[in-house]
Design a binder for this molecule. Structure first.
Ligand SMILES: *Cc1c(COP(=O)(O)O)cnc(C)c1O
Length: 400
């Protein structure tokens, strides 16, 4: 058999790692420099300054050489003690994984079961917190954008519920697949610890992870008893104000991050959020036109970075993805854990535009045909109509 040779650009439409702008790749492709020198310190300080604008915080931000999971761990080991209780709602695969990290450190997680069809049910969190009169819960952990289901939770509503009850728990938020794509307001929402990483909305390769940290979380860290070394905020914060790290940082990724942040800030946060919303809407229009189901069943919680689509019973989402990869050189996200083979996920985040979305959806529609998955034609057209609404016929034409 002849090997298939693909031409043109690969379509990487998984919900992270996302596509990397050429400008960012060029910025990374430079010699390393002395990470204890003045030039690099200047770059670090500039980068930490600019990323605060994306996180919408004036508080502390630390940056690790790690994937997002490292920042999950950092959030836990810096603020909690063995045996502490935390409250969490099951939104999907990523909430499960974060729970697992906490439990591995001896944290007792009250994990409120969820259907995976919607986001955090704030009333359930509020009910649990209101029963907790002696403030056993040290933290509430929430995933802002659940990447496995395409569902975005209302973080500010969680904060408001905590404030209504006067509950002192820390609010920790995984913003890995929302930061830089979907509105996230760290200070206004009074989030204590944010978790993020480089490879999603920040348009970077994997390898950098972030915590944004409130004063309250820093104070909690001073008495928290979990062991920590690599992840220790104190050491990081002591050096990072001057642009230094306790160990060798990912120098070239930081060059790239500086460029990516510049691109994001040039576009402007409100334009970025509006762009993602348009693309989310158009993607959902296509899914509806195909007659396929969305995993997210709560319209106010539709994710604008990723859409998880159910294939009809008796059909394989993984076979569909394999066909699309083989024929059209496009990678789509797999269904995770209990959604495996039932769901494919379309990433529409980061370095992305209308024509990339049109191409992505065309690849899905052709894949549905080739795989014999029952659907209605016209998803791509529905998306185009959403992106570029047909102008109304001139009044003289419609009037008799
Ligand atoms: C991608 C992702 C992570 C982090 O995953 P890593 O592979 O460790 O970078 C965490 N949470 C969510 C919601 C994600 O989408």
């Amino acid at each position: 058999m002849e090997a298939i040779v693909h031409t043109g650009r690969h379509f990487l439409q998984i919900p992270g790692p996302s596509n990397i702008p050429d400008r960012v790749l060029r910025a990374i492709d430079r010699p390393v420099m002395d990470h204890r020198g003045a030039e690099f310190a200047g770059i670090v300080k500039e980068t930490l300054h600019e990323i605060r604008k994306i996180i919408q915080t004036s508080g502390a931000v630390v940056m690790y050489s790690a994937s997002g999971s490292g920042a999950w761990e950092a959030a836990i080991v810096n603020t909690l003690s063995p045996g502490d209780r935390v409250l969490m709602f099951e939104t999907g695969h990523f909430s499960r994984l974060w729970r697992q990290v906490a439990e591995r450190f001896g944290i007792r997680v009250d994990y409120l079961p969820g259907s995976w069809h919607r986001g955090v049910v704030v009333e359930e969190i509020e009910a649990k917190l209101s029963e907790d009169k002696d403030h056993q819960y040290k933290a509430v952990l929430a995933v802002h954008n659940e990447t496995s289901t395409g569902t975005t939770s209302d973080i500010f509503a969680i904060r408001k519920a905590m404030n209504r009850l006067g509950h002192p728990a820390l609010l920790m938020v995984d913003a890995v697949s929302s930061l830089g794509s979907i509105e996230y307001r760290h200070d206004e929402w009074q989030v204590d610890v944010m978790i993020a990483s480089s490879q999603k909305g920040l348009m970077m390769p994997p390898g950098l992870a972030f915590n944004a940290i409130s004063e309250k979380a820093i104070a909690a860290g001073k008495t928290a008893k979990l062991s920590r070394s690599y992840w220790d905020w104190q050491e990081m914060l002591a050096l990072s104000n001057n642009g230094f790290f306790p160990y060798t940082p990912s120098i070239n990724l930081i060059y790239g991050l500086r460029e990516a942040l510049q691109m994001l800030l040039d576009e402007g946060l409100s334009n970025i959020f509006a762009r993602h919303q348009r693309h989310g809407q158009a993607t959902r229009a296509a899914v509806r036109a195909w007659g396929l189901g969305l995993v997210c069943q709560e319209p106010s919680e539709y994710s604008n970075t990723v859409t998880a689509v159910l294939v009809p019973e008796g059909h394989s989402a993984d076979a569909l993805r394999a066909t699309i990869l083989g024929k059209f050189d496009m990678s789509l996200g797999a269904g995770l854990s209990k959604l495996a083979d039932k769901v494919f996920r379309i990433g529409h985040l980061g370095h992305f535009n209308d024509l990339m979305l049109a191409g992505t959806l065309a690849g899905v529609e052709m894949g549905l045909r080739l795989s014999g998955i029952p659907h209605t034609d016209g998803g791509v057209m529905a998306a185009l109509d959403s992106l570029a609404p047909r102008s109304k016929p001139a009044p003289s034409v419609v009037e008799k």
